[in-house]
Design a protein around this ligand. Sequence first.
Ligand SMILES: [Fe+2]
Length: 424
Amino acid sequence: MGSTERTLDLIGVGVFMSSSIQKVPVADLRVGMYISALDRPWLETPFIMQGFHIESREDVDVVAEYCEYVYVDMARKAKASAHSSDVSDVLSPKGKIRYQNTSSIDAEHKRILGAFHSARRLTKTLLDDIRLGGAINTEHAKQMVNDCVQSVIRHPDALMWMAKIRNESEYTAEHCLNVCILAVAFGRQLGMPEEELHKLGLCGLLHDVGKMRIPSEVLNKPTRLSIDEMRIMMSHTIQGRNLLISTSGIYSGVIDVAYSHHERVDGKGYPRKLAGQGISVFSKIIAIVDAYDAMTADRCYQVAKTSTEALKIIYQERGTHFDEMLALKFLQTVGLYPPGSIVELHSGAVGIVVETNHKLRHLPKVLLVRDSEKNPLEKDIYIDLAQIESGELSKDHLIKQVWKDRSFGVTLRQYQERGLELRR
Ligand SMILES: [Fe+2]
């Protein structure tokens, strides 16, 4: 690396300073410019990626809130990518809907907990029925999706927290419900109308139903699959399509997503090797959400990645595996510190992220559960990290690192079971 270059790292995506980089006052920023560095540490800003294109006036305004000047890489012009979707088809004729939270986070946790547990049970029953050769219970599926959509519209953070609680032995059912929840939260962030959120949620819930027709010795094999076994596993897309075609009264987009959620925008996916615009927006969305949820789960053959590590992979595979624009939007939806993340602060204290701050995304509300020596607190303390901006909290409270569930003896399930007490 030359002397004029330095490596910066936020989510591990390296950016190199070179001669094409110029210092630009924020007032001179224009849509299409590529920001490669800021005038302050990235961790003190809400930007999830180190290095991004300015896509709109809104982006300029956000940068202006944090910086006086930035470093722009003049060699990296924004280009209309063949691998970026136009989502206008799935928005309402009036355009993007801007949802506001209509429930407090505590109230939403209490309200949705029962429905969430029954949705997990029902998803398992629904999949077991299919495995035994039965039909898909579409009424149950629609009811579960409706509960998810209503909760996510009121406040997405409660279900996003719950989706992080995992029971390894129930992977497939939990994964299907998680993909439903995350897809609806993603659709809400994209500004889709409620009707589309229902369709998208159903696509998420049922995307992998074909797996119920894969022999369990292949589906649950703890070691690497042989080429023949891989071929059988990949056939779950075709099996899913066939199953759903013969299901009456179901939204037809679900068939397409079950068939196409393993396609890649570069044409290297399966089963049809579709590329770019040949893949529907819903299939592209489910491909991203499916990959994210699968990567963040412990399996017999893989250790779970943290959300940050999984987002980094999605970022790196944008434009090849995943639709470029949708991948970037998904990073914004999940954010650096999604609800349910175990986070260590610079002080050494440990907490659980409860509520995202959409303006100051690096400063969520956190339930502190361990002191700086990692000992349990006598009483958990609910703090709003946004108070760092106003000076009411010290910078010691900035988040240093995200850890996986069960780190430092902190288990999400335990907090869920005893009810979330958000004492201030
Ligand atoms: Fe799949």
